[in-house]
Design a protein around this ligand. Structure first.
Ligand SMILES: C[S@@+](CC[C@H](N)C(=O)[O-])C[C@H]1O[C@@H](n2cnc3c(N)ncnc32)[C@H](O)[C@@H]1O
Length: 396
């Protein structure tokens, strides 16, 4: 129970420190921050807890076998030396993914295929039957990472990516990844003593993640299954203890408000709120950002406006300028955080960012920028913040 293992929690570029903080919050201190990942040592309970609670983890892997190989035949031979019956049995459907950073091994799919063959052949040699491969819905998901000639096989404890929380029934165009949405809120430092507004809420991802954070609801409660539930050594009682521990949950009177110009987006948001059981705590209005009335004299806006795939450059520049003017006129006393993949358009925003964080949204390089709207003392505020600004908290 108290035996410790090595694990690797994967995340999105720019959210590594946020994930490390989340891991520390559940009692995991022995950790190291890497690019797009945090490695840590912990017990099986820590692993279950990390999958269940971490809002910014995409998946958590357990390294199970390390070896050196100079070519594909050696890789196959080394892989056959491991006793795979300690990991899975013949009834398990399995899948293998590969990541290579090597001059020797250049095709990740071929490498994954070699490992898959070695596992299936070992079962055939020992039992006369080969286990089924199911890349879409495997019971056991394995990953092979190769750096040069160093190969590591890792067991995926999460299964489906953890950004698929399970509450999103429907989605509008360009919904934010839930892991990124939670990461933006945690990066902003928002706490539920202040109102939260997303005036261009789309499918409502930021609103839902904000409500979950405010109420301390673990993102794992919506999941149907985690990968580790299929493991041979799955400890059901231990997982039930983690699942039933509601000590992080709390009441919150946070004002959370969303709006969107699109009627369909608002309908989708309402469906998603219902599915997450949060409809009582979040207000949504079918409204343009220009008509939405801020619910208080201070608060935090986090939003990701249209990027420009569908809007022409001139239209986008005008739109961003109008949005900037709207914030200036109506959101005095607020912190406005914008996630934008179109940094050119952000220039038309006409406001000076007091903080800029570089992130990746899928493959799109984004800026997450804070604009502090304080009339009167604006110049003094900007001067002060410029000096302290961590302009590039996370950069390539
Ligand atoms: C990139 S999407 C936001 C996605 C959202 N964060 C999510 O997770 O689903 C941008 C949204 O801005 C909305 N929008 C565009 N112009 C608007 C306006 N003038 N007022 C309010 N919303 C607007 C679009 O309808 C779209 O839903």
């Amino acid at each position: 129970m108290t035996q410790k293992f090595d694990f690797v929690a994967k995340t999105l570029f720019g959210l590594e420190e946020v994930l490390a903080k989340e891991l520390r919050a559940i009692g995991i201190d022995d950790l190291t921050v890497h690019r797009r990942a945090v490695s840590f040592r912990g017990t099986t309970e820590d692993l279950y807890r990390a999958n269940f609670h971490c809002r910014t983890a995409i998946r958590i892997l357990k390294p199970i076998y390390h070896f050196t190989a100079r070519n594909e035949e050696e890789l196959y031979g080394q892989a056959k030396k491991f006793d795979w019956s300690t990991i899975m049995d013949i009834s398990h459907k399995f899948a293998v993914d590969g990541v290579v950073n090597s001059e020797t091994f250049t095709h990740s799919r071929y490498v994954a295929l070699k490992l898959k063959d070695a596992i299936a052949d070992q079962f055939r040699d020992n039992t006369g039957r080969r286990p089924f491969v199911d890349p879409k819905n495997p019971h056991i998901q394995l990953h092979i990472h190769i750096s040069g000639q160093e190969c590591t096989v890792l067991l995926d404890s999460s299964g489906d990516s953890l950004h698929r929380r399970g509450y999103r029934q429907l989605q509008d165009v360009a919904p934010l990844n839930e892991v990124l949405a939670a990461g933006l809120i945690l990066l902003s430092g928002w706490d539920d003593s202040k109102p939260f507004v997303d005036p261009m809420c789309g499918s409502g991802t930021l609103l839902i993640e904000a409500a979950l954070i405010a109420r301390g609801i673990p993102p794992g409660v919506f999941r149907k299954e985690f990968g580790f539930e299929n493991w041979l050594n799955f400890d059901k009682e231990l997982f039930e203890k983690v699942y039933n521990d509601d000590s992080t949950e709390r009441e919150s009177s946070a004002i959370i408000l969303g709006g969107d110009l699109s009627k369909r987006a608002i309908e989708i948001t309402r469906e998603n709120l219902k599915s997450a059981g949060l409809q009582r705590f979040i207000e949504v209005q079918h409204s343009s950002i220009f008509d939405l009335v801020p619910p208080a004299t201070t608060g935090v806006v986090i939003t990701n406006p249209p990027y420009g795939e569908r809007l022409k450059k001139e239209q986008l520049d005008i739109f961003y300028r109008q949005v900037g003017d709207c914030f200036k006129q109506k959101y005095d006393g607020w912190d406005i955080w914008m996630l934008a993949g179109n940094t050119e358009a952000l220039k038309s925003f006409g406001l000076h960012a007091s903080r800029t964080i570089s992130l990746l949204n899928g493959t799109i390089e984004c800026k997450f920028q804070r604009f502090s709207m304080y009339k009167g003392s604006m110049k003094a505020k900007y001067r002060e913040e410029d000096t302290n600004s961590d302009k590039k908290v996370a950069n390539e």
